[in-house]
Design a protein around this ligand. Structure first.
Ligand SMILES: Nc1ncnc2c1ncn2[C@@H]1O[C@H](COP(=O)(O)OP(=O)(O)OP(=O)(O)O)[C@@H](O)[C@H]1O
Ligand SMILES: [Mg+2]
Length: 338
């Protein structure tokens, strides 16, 4: 990363689209920038944070992602490389990701995966909370941050930047269904700073990927293959699956894009939970796949493994000989899925 002393940033922020402009200027207590890849979300988020820090000396803001380990090379790097001019910074503690500006305002970068750190966000509380990649967070994270917005003498704002997700996500419910804050939206095509070849590449996205990541729309995955999949019913918060529950695995073969799903059945209720998916995305042999399957199922009892279509007896045999016996499915859609 560029260090505090090497950086040179020209602060004159000019919004690249109306969404950036509106989001940065908004004084609403809850604000969301929902947008596609490269729409300018992170720059807007950080510019808003820096403005609040400059306009209100001795402000204290927490800028975070879900996982602390991801913030240094993403949001924090953008802050130093593209948003905050060196001359505004009085001190930077690089172990704590803690920036003190010359006007006394402080910006702490971190994650929502560190309750101890969040608990010590200062007895006086914080003036603002900014969440990047907020689709990774859950409602508990959001509420916990809201509970710390009490620094005296400054406006209290929580604002977030995110790619869209399924309409069942708490952010969609909070901002679009219940209208509990202001929303600004932009697509990738709303950022003229993006290179042409990048936009051409995005133009090749299809289906839900295009809807969410290029057009910036909140679309679910329902209807892609199985129309009975319903985000509202089928997506639930993660929880620890009891080790005693029996596991069933389903396999899709192929040398380049094999896939597997792992389900656990709750013997008490008869409900099944898909708790892991396997999509290595690289070419690997049967032995290595099986090692990965065993790791995923470590400590659990796998009752049945099913996969392939009726013709793929050879593949099943290959996995079986590596210690992962896969049986033929009763029904299979041998015609390729569209
Ligand atoms: N107001 C601006 N002025 C100058 N350049 C900008 C501005 N906004 C965005 N950019 C440029 O566009 C790029 C993408 O912006 P940014 O990283 O904020 O997008 P994003 O929506 O957060 O992208 P991602 O989906 O990858 O998280 C930046 O690296 C920067 O070069
Ligand atoms: Mg971003």
């Amino acid at each position: 990363m560029v260090t505090a002393t090497e950086r040179k940033v020209n602060l004159s922020f000019e919004a690249k689209n109306k969404a950036q402009d509106g989001f940065v200027a908004s004084t609403a207590s809850r604000v969301l920038f929902s947008g596609a890849f490269g729409a300018g979300k992170t720059i807007a988020l950080l510019t808003k944070a820096l403005r609040l820090s400059q306009e209100y000396p001795k402000n204290f803001g927490y800028i975070c992602r879900k996982v602390r380990a991801t913030i240094e090379l993403s949001t924090l790097k953008t802050f130093f490389d593209l948003v905050c001019p060196r001359e505004l910074i009085a001190h930077y503690n690089k172990d704590k990701f803690f920036v003190t500006l010359i006007n006394g305002s402080q910006l702490l970068f971190g994650g929502l995966d560190d309750p101890l750190k969040l608990g010590s966000l200062g007895a006086g509380g914080i003036g603002f909370a900014a969440i990047d990649e907020a689709i990774e967070t859950n409602e508990d994270d959001w509420r916990m941050l809201e509970g710390r917005l009490r620094l005296p003498g400054v406006p209290h704002q929580i604002f977030a930047a995110t790619n869209p997700g399924p309409p069942s996500h708490y952010l969609y419910v909070m901002f679009f269904k219940n209208e509990l804050g202001e929303v600004y939206q932009a697509s990738s095509f709303d950022n003229p700073a993006l290179p042409d070849d990048y936009l051409e590449r995005l133009n090749e996205f299809e289906g839900v990927y295009k809807d969410r990541y290029v057009l910036g729309l909140w679309k679910g995955l329902e209807g892609l293959v199985y129309s009975s999949f319903n985000d509202d019913v089928c997506l639930i918060p993660r929880f620890e699956i009891d080790k005693s529950w029996p596991v069933y695995t389903a396999h899709d073969f192929g040398s380049v894009n094999p896939a597997a799903l792992f389900y656990a059945g709750n013997p008490g209720t008869g409900d099944f939970y898909a708790f892991a998916e396997y999509l290595p995305g690289i070419e690997m042999g049967h032995h290595d796949h099986v090692e990965s399957f065993k790791t995923i199922c470590e400590g659990r009892t796998v009752l049945k493994r099913v996969g392939g279509n009726h013709q793929e007896t050879g593949e099943r045999a290959a996995y079986t000989s590596e210690g992962w016996p896969i049986t033929e499915p009763k029904h299979s859609l041998d015609k390729a899925l569209q």
